[in-house]
Design a protein around this ligand. Structure first.
Ligand code: NAD
Length: 480
C-alpha cells in the first residue's frame, strides 16, 4: 500500500542570513576587495546572499594574520589550552546545530535529514575528537616533541561544506597550526557562520581566517610564499594543478580527490541489508560524495534479484523540498553540476547501457536529477570509469572473487569500497586486495573522526581523521 506523507518543512526562521557578507580576517568581518558574487538556494534558484570575493590583497592580509597568530599565541599555547578552545567550538556547533543544519540545506540543497543527522553532528564530533588530542600529541607516535607546521591553507568543496571545514580546521588547530580556509563558491554560508562561532569562542584573532571566493582565490592562497601546508579536497584536475604549482617548494600537501568506488555484493550477502547499503552508498547526498559506491558489482547469480529489489526500494525514495523532513533526495548543488550529470548519463545511453529511474516528478524550479540505475554496463563505458558525482549507479556483474577484485581495481581512483558477504574471511581477504583507502564491510558511508580517511592513486594522498590525520599537520622532532 502506498500513502502520502503530509508536508513537514523545517522552518527557516532560525537562520539570519545577511544580504551582504565580508571575509573573516584576524577575528573580524571585513569587506573583500574583489567583485562580490551571489550564492543561491539550488532547490529554488533564489539568491540567498551576496558574498565577498577575496583578491590578492585579501589573501595577503589573511595569511599575515594567520602568521602573526601562529608566532604570537597559538604555536606557543600549551596543548591543554588549545584543547579548551576546540571543546568550546565543538559545544557551540552543537548548541547552534539547528541553525547550521538549516543553513547548510538552504545553501547546498541536501535534505535537512542529512544535514541535521550527519553533517552537523559529525562536524562537532571532529572538534571533540581533536580537542582530546591537543594535549596528548607526544603520545601520538610522532616523537616525544612533535611540532606544528605553521600556516595551513585549506581549500574545500561544496558537497559537505561544514563537515569538510571541520575535517580541515580541527586537526590543524589541535596540532598548533593556524589556518586560512576557502570554502567552495556555491556553499560559503556555513563557513561564515563558523567564523561567528570562532568569535563566540573567543578564539585568538587570526587563528582561523575564512576567505570566500572562487578558484582564483584558491590559486592565490596555494601560491602564497608564507603558507607552510596545503590541504585540498576537490577534483582530481585541480589537485594535480596544485601539485604542479607547489613543486620544488617546501610546502607540505595532502590531497583528497575524487573516486569511483566499487560496492561488491556476494551471493551470500543479506540482500535486503545490501540493498539499503547500495541506496545509502550512491543516493545519499544526491551522490555528491567522493567515496560514493557508484559502481555496483553484483555476483552474477544474485544480480537479477538484487536489481529487482533495488528498483522496488528506489520507488519509495522521496525527492523534493530539501527542507522537508521526509525528503530523501534533495537538489543538485548547481546548474553546472547538473549539466555534468546530464552529459555523463547521456553518454551511458549512447554507449548502450540500459537506463532506469523510478517515477518521480521533478520540481519545476531548481536543479534536480532523478535517482538513476544503469544496467548492462561494461568496464569500457564512461559511466563505469568517470566520476559522475550525482545520483547515478552503474551496475556490473562478476562470477568469482578474483574477477570482483580485478574489476574493482580497474579504475584510476582508489578512495573507498564496500564488501557485502556473510564470510569474515572473505571480507578480510577482499579488503587486503582492493586498492582503496577505506573499505566498508556490510555497511557503507560510515564516518568516524577516529578513523583515517583518504585515497590511493588519483584519489589523492595523505589521511584525514584519526592519528594518521594528525601526522599531516605535524613534523616529528627527528625530522625537523
Ligand atoms: P573543484 O576542484 O572544482 O573545487 C574544489 C575547491 O577548489 C573549491 O573551493 C574551488 O573554488 C577550489 N579551486 C578551484 N580551482 C582551484 C585552483 N586552481 N587552485 C586552488 N583552488 C581551486 O571541485 P568541485 O567540483 O567543487 O568538487 C567536487 C570534487 O571534489 C569531486 O571530484 C569529488 O570527488 C571531490 N571531493 C573529494 C573529497 C575527498 O575527501 N576525497 C571530498 C569531497 C569532494
Amino acid at each position: 500500500m502506498s500513502f502520502q506523507y503530509a508536508p513537514a518543512p523545517e522552518s527557516t526562521s532560525i537562520v539570519n542570513i545577511k544580504s551582504s557578507n565580508g571575509l573573516f580576517i584576524n577575528g573580524e568581518f571585513t569587506p573583500g576587495h574583489g567583485t562580490p558574487f551571489k550564492t543561491i538556494n539550488p532547490a529554488t534558484e533564489e539568491v540567498l546572499a551576496e558574498i565577498a570575493q577575496a583578491n590578492q590583497e585579501d589573501v595577503d592580509a589573511a595569511v599575515r594574520a594567520a602568521r602573526r597568530a601562529y608566532d604570537k599565541s597559538w604555536s606557543k599555547m600549551p596543548g591543554r589550552d588549545r584543547g579548551k578552545y576546540l571543546f568550546r567550538i565543538a559545544r557551540l556547533i552543537q548548541e547552534r546545530a539547528r541553525e547550521f543544519a538549516v543553513l547548510e540545506t538552504m545553501d547546498n540543497g541536501k535534505p535537512i535529514r542529512e544535514s541535521r543527522d550527519v553533517d552537523v553532528p559529525i562536524a562537532a564530533a571532529h572538534f571533540f575528537y581533536h580537542a582530546g588530542w591537543a594535549d596528548k600529541l607526544e603520545f601520538a607516535g610522532f616523537g616525544s616533541n612533535p611540532q606544528s607546521l605553521g600556516v595551513a591553507a585549506q581549500i574545500i568543496p561544496w558537497n559537505f561544506p561544514l563537515l569538510m571545514l571541520a575535517w580541515k580546521i580541527a586537526p590543524a588547530l589541535a596540532t598548533g597550526n593556524t589556518v586560512v580556509l576557502k570554502p567552495a563558491e556555491t556553499t560559503p554560508l556555513t563557513a561564515l557562520l563558523f567564523a561567528e562561532i570562532c568569535q563566540q569562542a573567543d578564539l585568538p584573532p587570526g587563528v582561523v581566517n575564512i576567505l570566500t571566493g572562487d578558484g582564483e582565490t584558491g590559486r592565490m592562497l596555494v601560491e602564497h610564499p608564507d603558507v607552510n601546508k596545503i590541504a585540498f579536497t576537490g577534483s582530481t584536475a585541480v589537485g594535480q594543478a596544485i601539485q604542479r604549482q607547489i613543486a620544488g617548494s617546501s610546502k607540505r600537501l595532502t590531497l583528497e580527490l575524487g573516486g569511483k568506488a566499487a560496492n561488491i555484493v556476494f551471493d551470500d550477502a543479506p540482500i535486503d541489508q545490501a540493498v539499503e547499503g547500495i541506496v545509502n552508498g550512491i543516493y545519499f547526498n544526491q551522490g555528491h560524495v567522493c567515496c560514493a559506491g557508484s559502481r555496483l558489482l553484483l555476483q552474477e547469480s544474485i544480480a537479477e534479484q538484487t536489481i529487482e529489489s533495488l528498483k522496488r526500494r528506489l520507488q519509495t525514495l522521496r525527492l523534493g523540498d530539501p527542507l522537508d523532513k521526509n525528503t530523501d533526495i534533495g537538489a543538485i548543488n548547481s546548474r553546472e553540476q547538473l549539466n555534468r550529470i546530464i552529459d555523463l548519463t547521456q553518454s551511458g545511453e549512447d554507449e548502450g547501457a540500459q537506463r532506469w529511474s523510478p517515477d518521480c516528478v521533478l520540481p519545476a524550479k531548481g536543479f534536480w536529477f532523478a535517482p538513476t540505475v544503469f544496467t548492462n554496463v561494461t568496464q569500457a563505458h564512461r559511466i563505469a570509469r568517470e566520476e559522475i558525482f550525482g545520483p547515478v549507479l552503474s551496475v556490473l556483474t562478476f562470477r568469482t572473487p578474483d574477477e570482483a577484485i580485478e574489476k574493482a581495481n580497474n579504475t584510476p581512483y582508489g578512495l573507498s569500497a564496500g564488501i557485502w558477504t556473510e564470510k569474515g574471511s572473505r571480507i578480510l581477504g577482499m579488503a587486503n586486495k582492493v586498492r582503496a583507502g577505506v573499505v566498508w564491510a556490510n555497511t557503507f558511508n560510515r564516518f568516524d573522526p577516529a578513523s583515517p580517511f583518504g585515497g590511493y592513486k588519483e584519489s589523492g594522498f595523505g589521511r584525514e581523521g584519526g592519528i594518521q590525520g594528525l601526522g599531516a599537520y605535524l613534523t616529528s622532532e627527528e625530522s625537523s
